[in-house]
Design a protein around this ligand. Structure first.
Ligand code: ZN
Length: 274
């Protein structure tokens, strides 16, 4: 159940040499490579000033493009760079909550998928996400992509969107609840190079969770249960099964005593914040 990936934090927190050597080591050990790239315009200015290259070209020269590589964020890319990701098989981990919290920008998810780039979802880290809840992330990905559609330059039937109070998106438009769910499941599996997870199918890993839809949280939305799960506020799992083992049963974690863990966590975070 443990997989090793080599993942230096970000371009501006490590040396060029470390990035180059990391890629060599990963290929030697046949493990994947991951970092956070094209997250902010500051990062783009940094690599341009320091190395005379945009982040993607810079990483390419360091051996960091390939189907064994995925990048978190991948927001500030142009069409050529999107094509480069597609040609090389690089994946993107879309982190909408973090990107909104830090005002980093909006990743071009629709363009990625159109170009054939693998896209999954990520929560980034505790410094930029206060929940690390994948269901919430899927919901934010769906809502943010709708906002992004609305902010596109006016064209065709969308011309009056920004002025209109009427609902701009029809249910068959980008991004639907099912597309968001696909990013969160099959999308993530593809990014990680896994064909044994991402779907409920015979032969795949028994990794899944269940939700209780017969609660007030989903009341009124059950004519489309998939849409309900994505549109309504994310709820805690009723049961969670990991690799065939039940770790949450009727909403309670079975593998540890939660109360002291929460108390310790709060104690440490208070110390840190203080
Ligand atoms: Zn990040």
């Amino acid at each position: 159940m443990t997989r090793i990936v080599l993942a230096p934090c970000s371009p501006f927190s490590v040396s060029e040499d470390l990035l180059r050597e990391t890629a060599v080591l990963a290929r030697d050990k046949k493990v994947m490579l991951h970092t956070h790239l094209c997250e902010t315009l500051d990062e783009e200015r940094y690599t341009l000033e320091r190395f005379g290259k945009r982040p993607v070209e810079w990483m390419e020269d360091l051996g960091w493009l390939g189907d064994d590589v995925w990048f978190a964020h991948a927001i500030h890319v142009d069409d050529e760079e999107i094509a480069k990701f597609a040609q090389n098989g690089c994946g993107a981990a879309h982190c909408p909550c973090s990107n909104m919290r830090l005002a980093s920008g909006i990743a071009p998810v629709k363009k990625y998928l159109h170009a054939g780039v693998k896209v999954g979802l990520g929560v980034d880290g505790s410094a930029s996400n206060d929940s690390s809840n994948m269901l919430l992330e899927a919901r934010q990905a769906m809502l943010l992509s709708r906002l992004q559609m609305g902010l596109l330059p006016p064209e065709g039937p969308r011309k009056h969107f920004l002025l209109s109070q009427s609902h701009p998106l029809r249910s068959n438009e980008w991004m639907t609840a099912r597309q968001a769910l696909e990013l969160a499941t099959l999308g993530g599996a593809a990014v990680l190079g896994r064909n044994d997870i991402g779907a409920l199918e015979a032969g795949k890993c028994a990794d899944f969770f269940t939700l209780d839809l017969n609660t007030i949280n989903y009341a009124g939305a059950l004519h489309d249960p998939v849409a309900a799960v994505l549109f309504c506020a994310p709820q805690n799992a009723r049961h969670t099964v990991i690799n065939g083992r039940t770790v949450v049963e009727d909403g309670r974690i079975t593998t540890l005593d939660m109360e002291p863990v929460i108390a310790a966590h709060n104690r440490h975070s208070r110390e840190l914040a203080g």
